[in-house]
Ligand binder design. Sequence first.
Ligand SMILES: [Zn+2]
Length: 193
Amino acid sequence: MGSWLVAAVAVKNPRDRRLVTLAGILPDADGLGIVADIFQALASGRETSFQNYARFHHLWCHGWPAALVFAVVLAGFARQRWRVALWCLVTFHLHLLCDLLGSRGPAPADLWPICYGEPLFHHPIWFWKHQWRLDGWQNMVIFLVVFALAIGVALRRGFSFVEVFSRRADAVFVRVLRQWRTRLSGGNESRGA
Ligand SMILES: [Zn+2]
């Protein structure tokens, strides 16, 4: 949702907004090894050790090589290519920043580092020793703030983060939001649409 907010401010059409948003989500594609782990466990009947997840997650798509590949590929689908490439790099790195700040596991030692050169180079590796938990209150607060901002943008500009999935669903979502706003403000419904 943070990536979509950046996209909503930075680029001017739904297709480009979707691409810039995607660049902020794609780093976690390297976590899809978890699907293979689960299928292997189901097939073998044994408990999974999440080996594919552990081997690839935060390594394959969380470095500058993936940032460049994603930016070039996504820009290839864009209306404003240079602009989208640049903003894809921004949302990609916003994802890394969020991971660096708040993606720790349950124990204080479960820090998630950012291996910025992977999978080509083993260096540099960054971590922050005050990294907070993935399910920590800090992430909840950030989510609520970003969500409120996103709703504000949707009400004002007539499109929302739902457009990333479906523009038709987005039109319905924004219409309902505006109807609620009209009701809450005590006005009549037709005026708010
Ligand atoms: Zn990540």
